[in-house]
Design a binder for this molecule. Structure first.
Ligand SMILES: [Zn+2]
Ligand SMILES: [Zn+2]
Length: 361
């Protein structure tokens, strides 16, 4: 591969990750584009974005506005003080998101919704102030976060609400849609069905949350096939697998990536979306699973992100920052032998294909 002058400068001038991100974006401009459906857009909060104009990495599951694990509603119900969240300081989140942009990130999907205290106005300020496209999501997180009326509504009623929210609030995805244990509760199954119906009606992509505990022992254990069962419910509800990402698969200790491979074969994206979260599973194991997935020919089904939700990881606090997928994890893949062309597909092309839809609302 011949380096252009600009590529050579980025190689010489920046830290490994920043240089890599810069080269990914640059190569994308010069290279081929994946086929996007005519009229497809990425529905960012401030405007619809033509996917071909995004020339760098897209992070499909991060949190720029969240209160976790104890939300305001939960704290009030328990008579406890509302805890402070790192993302309450919106100016700080603007600065950190801007820094992610400087690290090469062009678009970030926020994985929160109201039952995780995601603040839509904060996301709008972050998008406007950082210059990074922000996609906001709709949905419900997991049983313990559900508003009381989920229990009494039907899946169709919940789907109606999700479709209305998407339209009224310029939502660009449904996620993260989760389960808190190894088996879907009745309400969680209903929410998954509702989200599948809303996906079919709006076209918007869906990403999920799993309860996989990595190398830690869970009691009771989380079944290996929990991710496959989520997909069963989404498919039965009519979701388009091309716009579904089953999440947190990188938190399953599965050295040969067998579950990930089964998911990819069924046409969905596989979310390796907790990279950097080494308390659950060391990143070295994630790298090995990525290699297994790539060796099996599934590069086009892999999505990377870090599920950023911890103030200690902010640059201000000495952490790697929101772009750690690009600045920390991607260089590990490079070192393991993954080519820049494949990395570009994974970090730039795959998330654009996942997110770009012809909106039906
Ligand atoms: Zn999650
Ligand atoms: Zn998340």
């Amino acid at each position: 591969m011949t380096l252009t002058r600009r590529e050579a400068i980025s190689l010489l001038g920046a830290g490994a990750g920043v240089g890599l991100a810069s080269r990914l974006g640059f190569a994308q401009n010069a290279g081929t584009q994946p086929a996007f459906e005519r009229g497809a857009v990425i529905r960012a909060l401030l405007k619809d974005v033509a996917p071909a104009t995004i020339d760098g990495p897209v992070l499909f599951h991060e949190h720029l506005s969240i209160r976790y694990p104890l939300t305001k509603a939960m704290a009030e119900a328990q008579g406890r003080p509302v805890p402070v969240s790192f993302s309450d300081d919106v100016d700080l989140m603007i600065a950190e998101t801007k820094a992610a942009g400087a690290d090469g990130v062009r678009c970030i999907v926020d994985g929160g919704h109201p039952d995780m205290d995601r603040d839509l106005d904060a996301l709008k300020r972050i998008a406007a102030g950082s210059g990074v496209h922000v996609v906001a999501s709709g949905g419900f997180y997991m049983q313990r976060n559900y508003p009381a009326d989920i229990a009494t509504k039907t899946a169709d009623q919940i789907a109606d609400q999700l479709v209305q929210d998407a339209k009224a609030q310029r939502l660009g995805a449904f996620g993260e849609i989760g389960q808190q244990g190894g088996t879907l509760t009745d309400d969680e199954r209903k929410v998954f069905t509702a989200v599948a119906k809303a996906q079919a009606r709006t076209g918007l992509p869906v990403f999920t949350h799993n309860a996989y505990t990595g190398v830690r022992v869970a009691n009771p254990p989380i079944p290996m096939d929990a991710a496959l069962k989520q997909l069963d419910v989404l498919e039965a509800g009519g979701a388009d697998v091309k716009h579904v990402a089953i999440g947190h698969v990188c938190c399953l200790d599965d050295p040969k990536a067998e579950i990930a491979q089964q998911l990819a074969k069924r046409g969905v994206f596989v979310g390796f979306d907790r990279v950097g979260l080494s308390v659950i599973i060391p990143d070295e194991k994630r790298v090995a699973m990525v290699l297994a997935l790539l060796d099996a020919g599934h590069a086009d089904h892999l999505l990377l992100s870090s599920d950023f939700a911890n103030g200690r990881a902010l640059k201000k606090n000495g952490g790697p920052g929101i772009a750690l997928t690009v600045t920390t994890f991607a260089p590990m893949l490079t070192k393991a032998g993954v080519s820049e062309a494949v990395l570009r597909r994974i970090l730039v092309d795959n998330p654009r294909r996942f997110l770009a839809v012809v909106p039906k609302v």
